[in-house]
Ligand binder design. Sequence first.
Ligand SMILES: Nc1nc2c(ncn2[C@@H]2O[C@H](COP(=O)(O)OP(=O)(O)OP(=O)(O)O)[C@@H](O)[C@H]2O)c(=O)[nH]1
Ligand SMILES: [Mg+2]
Ligand SMILES: [Zn+2]
Length: 328
Amino acid sequence: MDEIYRVVLVHKDRYLVRREEEERYCVLAGSLRFREEYPVVGDYVEVIANPYGDSLIRAIRPRRTVFSRPDRGGHADGYVKTVKVQPLVANIDYVFIITSLNRDFSVSRIARYAAMAVAGGAAPVAVLTKADACENVAELEAQAAALSENLRVVSVSAYTGFGLERLKAYCRPGTTIALLGSSGAGKSTLINTLAGREVMRVGEIREEDSKGRHTTTHRELIELDGVAFIDTPGLRELGVVDAEAGIADTFSDIAELIGQCAFSDCTHRTEPGCAVRRALESGRLAPERWEMYARLDRENNWSREKKNELMVNVAKWRKANNRAKKNR
Ligand SMILES: Nc1nc2c(ncn2[C@@H]2O[C@H](COP(=O)(O)OP(=O)(O)OP(=O)(O)O)[C@@H](O)[C@H]2O)c(=O)[nH]1
Ligand SMILES: [Mg+2]
Ligand SMILES: [Zn+2]
């Protein structure tokens, strides 16, 4: 009989899975490997238990939500051949976008995470950390809140406990919360604070640029009082892919304007009846905001093209492979 477990940690090709208190290590069934279907932390999987060694993951349950990123195969912008969609965590309710209230604070970065969270079906919450070390918390909080009417914003300090009560409103039993953001933003510290003990290792940040040193190296699911938290290693940068809905939801005001343009394929440059231009000229839409949107939109389109190239390549390969088989 197959049992349903949840993936809590991935170690190369071994998976630590948990069901209630019971944990076991698993490997993937050949059929999954063949189809290149790899479980991620947060996935529910069907397991054939083996009392003598590694158990077997036979199938991945359909994902309710997912947080993904574009994988550019390690290439720099100009050299990217193809973009793949890489799921990082699955079946999450909230994405806590962990951003420190220091030099590392960036609204456009929050926008990327928010767009990708919504794109995968999860609700984004901007969690602004280290409020104790910041003199203009209210100002930065207002900047983050102005990003999107669909984004919730909470400032916290793990040191003083400031804001933690507001954060606990999201931590209902049965909820899964992924903590994502740059290295050194305080993801692991926050989990430790919520746990009231050290469950995750915490690292120092460099004074000169407020950046962290990638202390957390694996994505890991930790359960605290029925709430599943997924700690993740800091991401250097987050691209966008398949994010149309997420971008439109984050910039709902701009999506609405675009819907009012006279031409459905308006490029918002010189066309008559462009609602975006009108809003920019009247000052109703700030140019920085438009630029932030436009950059994400361009990047998302670029990812889509690169992704399609990948599909074309796979199709070509299949065709060639079939031809070779026939000729054999
Ligand atoms: N002043 C202040 N510092 C904090 C707070 N929370 C975390 N820090 C510090 O920030 C540094 C980085 O914290 P971590 O929790 O390791 O950061 P992380 O996001 O898990 O980093 P990675 O695991 O590398 O992705 C540590 O030196 C923490 O002590 C806070 O609320 N206030
Ligand atoms: Mg960490
Ligand atoms: Zn227009």
